[in-house]
Unconditional design. Sequence first.
Length: 394
Amino acid sequence: MLHNALHGVKVVDLSRILAGPWCTQNLADMGADVIKIEHPERGDDTRGWGPPDQIAPDGQDRMSAYFMACNRGKRSVAIDFASEQGQARIRELVADADVFVENYKAGGLAKYGLDYTALSEINPRLVYLSITGYGQDGPMAAKPGYDYVFQGMGGLMSYTGQPDGTPGAGPLRTGVAVVDLMTGMYATSAVLAALRQRDQTGRGRPLDICLLDVAVALNANQAANYLVSGQVPQRTGNAHPNCAPYEVFACADGHLILAIGNDGQFTKFCGVVQQPHWASDARFRTNSARLVNMAILRPLIAEVLAREARIRWTDAFDAAGVPWGPIHTLDEVFAHPQVKHRQLLQETTHPVLGPVRLVRNPLLAGTPAQSLGSAPPLLGEHTGAVLADATKNR
């Protein structure tokens, strides 16, 4: 099972905030032993990114929800790598490690003797992952970078948001740090591939993953649309650029997502809303035609759906095989029967904070629920005090 797939893999983690920790949390969830190096006084910056905080029963200790979201399953150790003693301790940890992860500015660890060149001499099998804003080279390599900046710089915000001339018009960021998260996912894949390559060559290698590259790659079909057509994508609100109707519509008592992906589904939809002539109208018969004429079709659909309550339409859509979806708040998400069935909400116990609720890693879907415990303390192998151990969710 994947929760033990990386058993025996040792990861030394010098990353903080989100992209790096998201990667190393994935590795921990798959069974790797992740040793998270934190500053003896400050720790990871996100420890202070609350409220909300998980507060211990005695009210003395706390941990921010943000930190908990991306650091479960790791052993946190306080080491000041700016000191010679701290550098020596990290080199000891690296000597038998499989993976080293850092997200400092390009070249920032070289002055401490913790760059790839130095550490690979100690351990030639080491996979060394560097996560930066702009990459290890180029005119902006020395500049720090943050998710919000790359959502704009990479193009995502240029076509996300309501179009000009409509209420609330303007570019929008996503509700979570999607570039950081996807950088963590790309980094996870890169580490796994590098470990596989090492099995064949016997040597590790450096990995250069940066937020700018990921932000550009995230444009996916929007980038392809531009490269094929030469037309710059514009903000379309909740509408899809390549499928129609594929957007949010209001019913008499709330909203739903209509997700028509092909012409057959559109024909079924027309039958449900008792407008069969739409399916034979040359303006709407094909997806391509609907995309061109959505400004005409949209108000027609909106007027019909607004007549009835959501349950009237959603029951009929389900019966006819018309794709649709709700817009849930997070309390509704975790109360949903399918979410419960998939066991996406997991509960464990932290040795200091007590009961903790976490979201299960989707990589572990299908893994039977287990007794979840906290990561053991790193006893006798650290410089400085052991910080609060993150919790296991495997």
